[in-house]
Design a protein around this ligand. Structure first.
Ligand SMILES: Cc1cc2nc3c(=O)[nH]c(=O)nc-3n(C[C@H](O)[C@H](O)[C@H](O)COP(=O)(O)OP(=O)(O)OC[C@H]3O[C@@H](n4cnc5c(N)ncnc54)[C@H](O)[C@@H]3O)c2cc1C
Ligand SMILES: NC(=O)c1ccc[n+]([C@@H]2O[C@H](COP(=O)([O-])OP(=O)(O)OC[C@H]3O[C@@H](n4cnc5c(N)ncnc54)[C@H](O)[C@@H]3O)[C@@H](O)[C@H]2O)c1
Length: 460
């Protein structure tokens, strides 16, 4: 087997790899970046980008159906052209992927190598019949959908996010197993495209990592659109039912199974670390297969780093990108950036979206702090009223002694954007009082953030 030496090897061209290749390339290092499938990884090809494109199509359809709320009528039922909807998502994927490929091709010191990479030793990776060596290796291999061994699964065909973003037909009835980010986003968009939709969730509430009032409001929003929600599903199993699939939900024997034409499995993701030869390099993983890293993202082997979803320290595009920023700043800019300095915000892209940052109420209560709390319904937000999008609420939690915000949720129109006002304040480590004289723009959702902070009262 031939061997080549590089200054750095990057495994995976997802959300951290290409940006890191760019910085190392600019620093004059000879870089190999290895990709076994599609440049851009999950976010570009089967995750954020196609789903948010589909969410936008579904929003447009939904708004058209609500014409009466805005003073217009559409002549006849709204016709959905699913191949055209899918083609729009495909174009966004292909443009983004091509942009990434062109960017990589323009890096004069970096070489994109196509193939599956596997460690042969601490400094050695095998790919496409070659051995590559480098003193620094960066693992950015991401993850994939979990399809657990559930009763009857071998007898039916189920879909994952990868299949869903390429679907060109409208399911008669989509059964979504898993009521968290992936499940909820697909459930609402397919309901809006016209499918019957049932969500089957094992926990006793949807998106169970959030506070119970968030879960309850999300459920109300989805049920209002005609989505059936079956929580506390203790007996999920699958069987063929003619051309369709029967999904059992409860063990009690009284509740009917759901008969669906399509089933989406959205019960979590697992890291792509099982076929990477990590043993050959002595790189440690945890019980769930995530690569163990220190605060600067170095693995158990000096010189080998793990970035993005595969290190279990984040599960978002912005956390993968921030991993790149941390590693690049430490290696190239003489900084000392650490992952524990990161405040992770995120959004759930149902409509209206949920913007989130910091602690939930349960986490804040466990912290033992004296808490302040404020909540405001979106019916009391002028911008939401004007847009006729008044579902949801915004709420904030603060520490009564330090007067720092601990966490916030904005479940409402523009919540994914407005949450940044709070996110930025938390990052700047400013007290609540810093917003006392802020003059936000009217009419916005953000303009209610200072008002919300003035409403803070001791939590009961
Ligand atoms: C349906 C869905 C919607 C999402 N929506 C959002 C969202 O709205 N916002 C958000 O922040 N996040 C979202 N995410 C999460 C986001 O996509 C991931 O957090 C992000 O892509 C992680 O980036 P990464 O670089 O760690 O891995 P990835 O993007 O998965 O990239 C890893 C790359 O490594 C390659 N690879 C793996 N193993 C090897 C190997 N042995 N050799 C060579 N190459 C290899 C893979 O082919 C892949 O290209 C979503 C995810 C899904 C599934
Ligand atoms: N908007 C976003 O930023 C966004 C969107 C989609 C995905 N993502 C990322 O993708 C990751 C995965 O999302 P996800 O929704 O697949 O997973 P998840 O881990 O967030 O939720 C999995 C859900 O499935 C349920 N579940 C787990 N095992 C089950 C089983 N055996 N049977 C029945 N139900 C079961 C859980 O109770 C949970 O509700 C997220 O962590 C997120 O970071 C982010």
């Amino acid at each position: 087997m031939s061997a080549r030496a590089f200054d750095a090897i990057i495994i995976g061209a997802g959300q951290a790899g290409p940006s890191l290749a760019g910085r190392l390339n600019d620093a004059g290092m000879r870089v190999a970046i290895i990709e076994r499938h599609l440049v851009g990884g999950t976010c570009v090809n089967t995750g954020c980008k196609p789903t948010k494109t589909l969410v936008a199509s579904a929003y447009a359809v939904h708004t058209a159906r609500r014409g009466g709320d805005y003073g217009f009528a559409v002549d006849g039922p709204i016709q959905i052209d699913m191949p055209a909807v899918a083609a729009r998502a495909r174009k966004v994927i292909l443009d983004s992927r091509a942009g990434n490929e062109t960017w990589l091709a323009g890096m004069t010191n970096a070489e994109l190598i196509r193939g599956h990479a596997r460690f042969a030793g601490p400094n050695t990776v095998e790919v496409a019949g070659e051995q590559l060596t480098a003193p620094r290796i960066f693992i950015n291999v991401g993850g994939r959908a979990v399809v657990p061994d559930m009763p009857g699964l071998g007898d039916v065909t189920v879909l994952t996010n990868t299949d869903m973003v390429a679907l060109e037909v409208l399911p008669r009835h989509l059964v979504v197993v898993g009521g968290s980010y992936i499940g909820l986003e697909f459930a609402q968009m397919y309901r809006r495209f016209g499918a019957e939709v049932t969500i089957v969730e094992r926990s006793d509430r949807l998106i169970a990592r959030e506070d119970p009032d968030v879960s309850a409001e999300v459920r109300t929003i989805l049920e209002r659109e005609g989505i059936a929600v079956r929580t506390g599903a203790d007996c999920i199993g699958f069987a063929r039912n003619g051309d369709e699939i029967s999904v059992s939900v409860h063990c009690d024997g009284n509740s009917a199974p759901v008969i669906g034409s399509h089933v989406l499995m959205a019960v979590g993701r697992r890291p792509n670390t099982d076929d990477l030869g990590l043993d050959a390099a002595g790189i440690d993983v945890d019980a769930r297969g995530y690569i163990t890293v220190d605060d600067r993202l170095q693995t158990s082997v000096p010189g080998v780093y793990a970035l993005g979803d595969c290190n279990g320290r984040g599960a978002f595009t912005h956390t993968a990108y921030n991993d790149f920023e941390i590693v690049a700043a430490n290696l190239l800019d003489g900084e000392d950036r650490r992952v524990t300095q990161r405040l992770t915000g995120y959004a759930l892209y149902i409509d209206p979206p949920l913007g989130r940052i910091g602690m939930t109420e349960a986490e804040a209560a466990r912290s033992g702090r004296r808490l302040l709390h404020a909540k405001r319904a979106m019916t009391r937000v002028g911008r939401a009223v004007e847009k006729a999008e008044t579902q949801g609420f915004m709420k904030v939690l603060a520490d009564a002694d330090t007067r720092r915000i601990l966490g916030a949720a904005i479940l409402g129109t523009g919540g994914d954007e407005a949450i940044h006002g709070i996110l930025d304040m938390m990052n700047a480590d400013q007290p609540l009082d810093a917003l006392r004289w802020a003059v936000p723009i009217h009419p916005t959702v953000s303009e209610l953030i200072p008002t919300l902070l003035l409403d803070l009262r001791p939590a009961t």
